[in-house]
Design a protein around this ligand. Structure first.
Ligand SMILES: Cc1ncc(COP(=O)(O)O)c(C=O)c1O
Length: 540
């Protein structure tokens, strides 16, 4: 995007306009340009503004903190999952609620992995446990609450300061929950011992991921620390790396072999970035977001050997470990694989993450997650704990949800049958939708979709006709952004353009979740197919 000349020469004028008026002076509104062009606009705007001497707004009694003196990394970071298309989707919802006539009855938010927002019902056991912990009096008054729930709530409260969820916990989390997490991991990994001291609870996995990445910020090094992340990736990573001033080192997943990781591509990516960055971290998302693949054990072993060979710290984002649907696919934790590979691989430094936001529970709003460390230097761990202690602790009710997830009812207990029924129903329905989505998209002309082996997303590739690409460019939009915005305006379906996650040049994708409930999901696929065929006809 280029700016009108007078902007570049008339700095005094620029200091007096605010940012939104600047955008409107450019004839842009927030959602009418792709996020990429939008950021280019912002960056070039701030390039101009930063060259000004002391902020004239401060001198003239304006704001102390302005967009011209804010941490520049906050300006350049982006998070596509909640970008301009979602902002427009929310507007459309409001317009519909106010009686506006649209060619669709409702907005379908297939942009974000938020199961409850798409109608999934909470698991009874989790909410009963939470209710008892939040309001202990109901353990006496509500006779419908099963005895095992009451027992578990009492155990939890017994580990809280003053027996109340209103007390701060240790920074690493409520002790009994960490113990339950350790037992859960040991059981998951077939008996490999886990030490509860290696586990830290957090407000969602995001907080743990950011905490661990923070350890790699080193402003004194000549080169930035580089972090290898998959492309396509979940934008928490690109956003956090940008915010922390760390270097993003992308390695492409192989779309033609269902988004697997190629060793040669890992080597290429590392080699090409080594001059620029001191690459010290390799991040893997398994099962994948946005790509929905489940890595085979063999593939994980290849990754581990690569990490060991190049002395990399492994970050294993395993928040979708319960979301595996495809026949023959199985979740293998990095911890289990490195441990079973033996020396020297079992000495690899590993941080693995899990969350209550995904799986069968989908409790995104409760903000519960944890990190388990393996082979972390003991002095580093002391410093890590010091760092997180400055934030006191994560929400204790969020920790209660983690407890419910890692310590569910056992066979024979009063809550077990209902818990199992509800969990199995959610997972069976997700599995059905995972199959449906692949079949539906693969049958559409110009779209191809890999099998959704796990997680909650499909990431189909879409051939956008040359005329539509031209039209998008004329609007200063990325073609996949243009496609996604047209889809939203025509059908009410909100998806995320592939450019928000990264994709090979010249290819276009979009991410859709499989979370809308069955009827809505089928409706979505019908609306989508019609839109796509009309789009092809219009731009062929
Ligand atoms: C791969 C991945 N990691 C981490 C997260 C963050 O999860 P949480 O809600 O626990 O912060 C998400 C959320 O969508 C995700 O997809």
């Amino acid at each position: 995007m280029s700016f009108p000349r007078f902007f570049q020469h008339n700095n005094k004028f620029l200091t007096r306009i605010d940012f939104s008026s600047f955008l409107s002076l450019l004839g842009l509104d927030f959602y009418s340009c792709s996020s990429f062009n939008f950021m280019r606009a912002i960056n070039s705007f701030f390039g101009i503004r930063r060259s000004l001497a002391l902020s004239s707004s401060v001198m003239s009694g304006g704001k102390v903190l302005t967009t011209s003196n804010i941490n520049p990394n906050v300006i350049t970071m982006q998070y596509a999952v909640r970008g301009p298309i979602v902002i427009r989707a929310v507007e459309l919802e409001k317009e519909l609620a106010n009686g506006a006539k649209k060619p669709f009855p409702n907005v379908i938010k297939a942009n974000i992995g938020d199961a409850h927002a798409m109608g999934q019902k909470p698991i009874t056991y989790i909410r009963q446990l939470l209710a008892c912990i939040a309001n202990p009096v109901i353990m006496e008054t509500d006779k419908s609450i099963p005895s095992d729930v009451i027992e578990n709530a009492k155990t939890f409260l017994g580990s809280c300061g003053g027996q109340s969820a209103g007390a701060y916990s240790q920074s690493t989390g409520v002790e009994v929950v960490r113990k339950h997490v350790a037992e859960y991991i040991t059981k998951r990994d077939g008996g490999i011992p886990t030490n509860s001291e290696d586990i830290c609870l957090s407000g969602g996995a995001s907080e743990s991921i950011r905490n661990v990445l923070k350890l790699f910020i080193n402003k004194n090094d000549a080169k930035k620390v580089g972090v290898m992340i998959p492309i396509p990736q979940y934008p928490l990573y690109s956003a956090t790396l940008e915010e922390f001033g760390l270097g993003q080192v992308g390695y492409y997943l192989n779309e033609s072999s269902n988004w697997s990781l190629d060793e040669a591509e890992l080597e290429r990516s590392l080699k090409e970035s080594s001059e620029k960055y001191d690459v010290r971290v390799l991040c893997v998302i398994n099962p994948g977001n946005p790509t929905g693949q489940v890595l085979s054990r063999e593939n994980i072993e290849t990754i581990v050997r690569f990490a060991q060979k190049h002395n990399l710290f492994l970050l294993a984002d395993e928040v979708y470990q319960d979301n595996v649907y495809a026949q023959g696919s199985q979740f293998h934790s990095f911890k289990k694989v490195v441990t079973e590979m033996g020396a020297p691989y079992d000495k690899i430094e590993l941080a693995s993450f899990h969350s209550v936001s995904k799986g069968y529970m989908g409790e995104c709003g409760m903000r519960g997650g944890y990190v388990e460390f393996l082979n972390l230097d003991s002095e580093v761990y002391v410093l890590f704990k010091k760092m997180i202690s400055a934030k006191l602790c994560s929400t204790v009710l969020g920790q209660a949800v983690i407890d419910a997830v890692v310590n569910p009812p056992k066979e024979g207990q009063p809550s077990y049958a209902l818990w199992k029924k509800e969990r199995d129903a959610v997972l069976a329905s997700l599995k059905e939708r995972a199959t449906l989505v692949e079949k539906a998209y693969s049958s559409i002309d110009g779209i191809s979709c890999n099998p959704v082996q796990g997680a909650m997303y499909a990431f189909p590739s879409v051939q956008i006709p040359a005329k539509a690409v031209e039209k998008a460019r004329s609007l200063n939009q990325e073609p996949d952004f243009f496609y996604a915005m047209q889809l939203l305006e025509t059908t009410g379906i909100c998806i995320v353009p592939g450019s928000g996650f990264g994709q090979k040049d010249g290819t276009y994708h979009f991410r859709t979740t499989i979370l809308p409930q069955s009827d809505l999901f089928k409706d979505m696929l019908t609306r989508f197919t019609k839109f796509h065929n009309d789009f092809l006809a219009e731009y062929k």
